[in-house]
Design a protein around this ligand. Sequence first.
Ligand code: ADP
Ligand code: F6P
Length: 324
Amino acid sequence: MSKEINTIGVLTSGGDAPGMNAAIRAVVREAIVKGKIVKGIKRGYAGLLQEEIIDMRAKDVSDTIQRGGTILQTARCMEFTTPEGQQAGAEICKKHGIDGMIVIGGDGSFRGAQKLAAHGINTIGLPGTIDLDIACTEYTIGFDTAVNTAMEAIDKVRDTSTSHERCSIIEVMGRGAGYIALWCGIANGAEDILLPEKYDYDEQKIVNHIIESRKKGKQHYIIINAEGIGHSASMAKRIEAATGVETRATILGHMQRGGSPTCKDRVYASTMGAMAVDLLCEGKTNRVVGYLHGEFRDFDIDEALAMEKEISEYQFQISKNLSV
Ligand code: ADP
Ligand code: F6P
């Protein structure tokens, strides 16, 4: 028989993402409606090990749904990757009466959640990352806001790039994942998109492409470069020298992680937050919530972590055709 959960803990871990507050708010309020006690753990697993645990009531999440960042703060914590750290974390949960835990973060955070579950704390993961790089879900909390923020910024760079007839290399976030770059590349009509998953490091191809597009009369040349490839400033110098076209690099950086979440991020994060509580109330553990084929679903964390995600070859190909 599954155990009944009385006290639910919630933490955010890894890189923050807009919409995490909407998820926390939903966890707190759905749990209260279901008669549970809620505790917030500050600074992810680092705060858990430091026992930075606070009571959360309905009013503690007032006025937060529209705010970027995470009211619980977030952190990366090496100590929690060790068996000793994980055992200590589980014992601290038990000491504070936390028998259910909701972890909002990316793949790394889910590995931590998996360990808490193995130590007897019923644990549910929510996909919180602007990178969209979680295989079991077509949606991650924060991606929609981040791509919209980046898209608006790139539109602005494009205006000045056109006026000056320049080439602009715009670097977007994504160390290992090119989803932000691909989406912005399509949404902003970029001439080239460099993704960590696809880039062949053939700069001469880009140079030739720029020269051809100048001959066709194109006034600007936008290259969206993913953080994982990086080196935008030195790439700009080399491209300018090889093409004779003035080239500037802009690194959008952490502005992509902030700001008020979009409607989609608020609604999906709220739904996922409430669903995580409902799963705990049903006695579920070691699950992660995702959105796949048009519905919110839950997956076994071990299976979710074993899945692989690939950039759509079709979207990558058409992105080239559409910028012809
Ligand atoms: P994300 O959750 O966004 O992928 P990280 O990979 O930085 O971000 O992971 C966030 C935190 O999750 C790490 O700082 C660490 O505390 C925890 N974590 C990552 N990998 C593991 C692991 N294998 N076992 C336990 N905890 C982990
Ligand atoms: O995982 C989200 C993310 O923003 C990545 O796109 C980026 O590579 C990384 O976090 C940056 O992390 P930090 O905040 O440590 O610079």
